[in-house]
Design a protein around this ligand. Structure first.
Ligand SMILES: *[C@@H]1O[C@H](CO)[C@@H](O)[C@H](O)[C@H]1NC(C)=O
Ligand SMILES: *[C@@H]1O[C@H](CO)[C@@H](O)[C@H](O)[C@H]1NC(C)=O
Ligand SMILES: *[C@@H]1O[C@H](CO)[C@@H](O)[C@H](O)[C@H]1NC(C)=O
Ligand SMILES: *[C@@H]1O[C@H](CO)[C@@H](O)[C@H](O)[C@H]1NC(C)=O
Ligand SMILES: *[C@@H]1O[C@H](CO)[C@@H](O)[C@H](O)[C@H]1NC(C)=O
Ligand SMILES: *[C@@H]1O[C@H](CO)[C@@H](O)[C@H](O)[C@H]1NC(C)=O
Ligand SMILES: *[C@@H]1O[C@H](CO)[C@@H](O)[C@H](O)[C@H]1NC(C)=O
Ligand SMILES: *[C@@H]1O[C@H](CO)[C@@H](O)[C@H](O)[C@H]1NC(C)=O
Length: 614
């Protein structure tokens, strides 16, 4: 996900940091490119000693209760990097606050009623959705660093307005998650909250030149899939607030500049030799990711014999993998076969090649950015020649990208958009839902719009859904990475189903009836809500008078971030941290599905539930 880390191993909970950190990072801004340079949260012997000591079961948080200079000198006084694990434990307990002490939960009650919820015919489902609607209240926070001790500063990136966090270990907001959260908030009539989240992102672009992975200082080295324009579009489509779009426009331009300036590659077509420009995830990084320090450190050094260049490449590919949102996946690794007993997937991670893969999802998102910016500059840019020029520029960029996607990423025989591998100079023709992005966003070259291709773009989705009874798998590789089989992720279900609606529509417009697409979509929708519902039920979710608590369940029902595609009702697993609950994007996608299909009926989760393709 936006999910960028690793667990099982541990570090600290970095939450709050230090005055100096904020200052020095201001300074680095004036030099141009921001970077993460806090001596506590970003790099240096303290971070390294504490993270490598693995004091906690997860790596992510460590707030300080004392000013940075004091903390650093106390660290020196216990021997710095020579301190023992016990000394470090005492040091951390005495000098850092607990995780989350820089957050205020807002305790909002979300007002009823929602007309679309009343359309839901099944009582269990209807009550469950009302519960999910209220559950936003548990995920709405604001940063509060004012209450911290004098001189203490948080690792948060200051954000003016309240936000929804994904949940679990993710106690700050994330970039691409927020799109799916915003979709849900708009369905819950939380338009102001949705708008505020977008405004926080616009502020980040003004402050840092781009949107960091998430709202922490240690995320300043990378972004995440560029969904901001999609958020603005979703907000606009619900509210009609075009003055907001107009106001956001110059900032959106700025984000575009970041992606073009930092991620563009030029690729020669193997047949014509003509060069095309496309984009890839690209982070330069010379050290372990601060929030996953021990994990990255071991990946690079434990039992390996990498040269310095190889280590730096690996740290960069790890960071670029986190930027992609798919951390980690067979899409980015040369090796796809885990070594026996290697639960951490080191043998795979050590072959990451992220920066040499030109991803179809990223390029579809950038095409959409270009198209929307062209449209908005035409509509809202006024008559100045500057905005006319910009509109023209974006139109050209969009056309060039679509041409490049057709020549470099599209595969005629497979009827499929592929990633392109810069190392082999060939397409990677393995299926993943990333290939659905162009059909969702309408980044479709004319030639591909013919029924000859459109009637086949879901062939592999259909195969995967026939093979596994749960939601759509993330890939067909069993790697232990979390963005691979057997995990399915709510955002990718959303994108696939939107692609189905769009392709069905494009075929209808050509008077070509394909009566397989929408029924497949409906089945996938049923599987999505059933698996989220049954996993919630099996972890203790109950509905008074309708559904009693699952025998033996000790919790109160969890919404998971990912699911097991080999059944209905199983949470996902694998990867670098334990499965998280909350969960923003799952709630958003579930709501969207009930708005579309209020006639779905809740299964009996205790019998084995199946939803077969017709
Ligand atoms: C750690 O111990 C070594 C060996 O005694 C010493 O050379 C080094 O200076 C010490 N490092 C720190 C940070 O005190
Ligand atoms: C939310 O509720 C908690 C627990 O009752 C309370 O400690 C906290 O101060 C409340 N937050 C706000 C912003 O009112
Ligand atoms: C990330 O850090 C590296 C140094 O490790 C720096 O060269 C690069 O510009 C930084 N990137 C961002 C996006 O801050
Ligand atoms: C990367 O993006 C930042 C922010 O837009 C910009 O300042 C920087 O110059 C870019 N780097 C390159 C190499 O274009
Ligand atoms: C690591 O590689 C270097 C250079 O190739 C070599 O000299 C050294 O013996 C290797 N060490 C191990 C432990 O394999
Ligand atoms: C890319 O191509 C290289 C060279 O053929 C190959 O080793 C690698 O497995 C391919 N895939 C990835 C993700 O790097
Ligand atoms: C997937 O990989 C794991 C670990 O390598 C292995 O234990 C399991 O049997 C594999 N499952 C399938 C269905 O291939
Ligand atoms: C629910 O509605 C969808 C689309 O409107 C339809 O395809 C489906 O068959 C309906 N399901 C039931 C159980 O009636």
């Amino acid at each position: 996900m936006r999910l960028s880390f690793i667990s099982g191993v541990a570090l600290l909970q970095l939450g709050i940091a230090v005055t100096n950190a904020a200052t020095s990072h201001q300074q680095s801004n004036t030099k141009g490119f921001p970077s993460c340079d806090s001596p506590i949260y970003c790099e240096g012997p303290l971070l390294r000693a504490v993270q490598l000591a693995e004091l906690f079961p997860d790596s992510k948080t460590f707030p300080t209760s004392k000013p940075v200079d004091k903390v650093l000198s106390i660290f020196d006084s216990i021997g710095g990097s020579n301190a023992t694990k016990d000394e470090l434990r005492v040091f951390v307990n005495e000098n850092f606050l607990s995780a989350g002490s820089d957050l205020n939960k807002l305790n909002m009650t979300i007002p009823k009623p929602l007309p679309w919820v009343n359309e839901i015919q099944d009582d269990e489902y209807k009550n469950w959705i009302e519960y999910l609607h209220q559950a936003w209240g548990d995920l709405i926070f604001e940063f509060n660093t004012a209450g911290l001790c004098d001189g203490c500063v948080s690792s948060t990136l200051p954000a003016k307005l309240p936000f929804v966090v994904p949940g679990g270990r993710f106690r700050e907001f994330y970039y691409w998650d927020s799109f799916f959260v915003i979709k849900g908030l708009l369905l819950s009539n939380q338009n102001e909250l949705a708008k505020g989240m977008i405004e926080n992102f616009l502020d980040f672009i003004q402050e840092y030149g781009f949107i960091p992975n998430g709202a922490r200082i240690y995320y300043l080295n990378r972004s995440q899939p560029p969904f901001l324009v999609e958020m603005v579009r979703a907000y606009y489509e619900t509210t009609g607030d075009d003055s907001f779009v107009k106001k956001a426009l110059p900032t959106l331009d700025k984000e575009y500049t970041f992606w073009i300036g930092n991620t563009t590659v030029s690729i020669a077509d193997s047949v014509s030799g003509k060069r095309y420009q496309l984009n890839r995830y690209n982070v330069e990084n010379t050290s372990p990711r601060p929030e996953s320090y021990a994990e990255d450190y071991k990946t690079a050094y434990d039992g390996t014999n990498f040269t310095t260049t190889q280590v730096i490449d690996l740290f960069s590919d790890l960071a670029a993998g986190a930027e992609s949102g798919w951390d980690y996946s067979s899409r980015w690794s040369k090796n796809r076969i885990p070594e026996v007993g290697d639960k951490n997937g080191y043998a795979i991670l050590r072959t990451l090649n992220t920066r040499n893969i030109v991803p179809v999802d990223l390029n579809a998102l950038l095409w959409s950015m270009e198209s929307n910016l062209a449209e908005w500059h035409t509509k809202y840019g006024g008559r100045s020649s500057r905005s006319a020029k910009r509109a023209n520029y974006y139109k050209k960029q969009a056309n060039k990208r679509l041409d490049a996607m057709e020549k470099i990423l599209w595969n005629d025989e497979e009827h499929m958009f592929c990633d392109y591998n810069l190392t082999s100079k060939t397409q990677a023709i393995e299926f993943s839902p990333a290939s659905m992005y162009p059909f969702w966003l309408n980044a479709i070259p004319e030639r591909v719009k013919s029924p000859k291709h459109l009637t086949h773009v879901f062939d592999q989705v259909r195969d995967a859904l026939s093979k596994y009874p749960g939601i759509l798998t993330t890939s067909l590789f069993n790697t232990t990475m979390q963005w691979d089989w057997p995990n399915g992720w709510p955002p990718l279900q959303y994108i696939t189903m939107q692609a189905m609606l769009n392709v069905d529509n494009l075929l209808n417009k050509q008077n070509h009836k394909d009566d397989t697409i929408l029924p497949m979509m409906y089945t996938l929708a049923e599987r999505n809500v059933a698996t989220a519902f049954c996993s919630w039920y099996k972890t203790g979710g109950k509905i008074p008078g309708l559904l009693s608590k699952y025998p033996g369940a000790t919790d109160d029902g969890h919404m998971f971030e990912k699911f097991d595609v080999t059944n209905i009702g199983g949470a996902g697993s694998g990867g670098e941290y334990t499965v998280q609950i909350g969960f923003g994007w799952t709630n958003g996608v579930t709501m969207w599905l009930f708005e579309l299909f209020p006639n779905m009926t809740a299964p009996d989760c205790e019998s084995s539930v199946t939803y077969n393709l017709s």
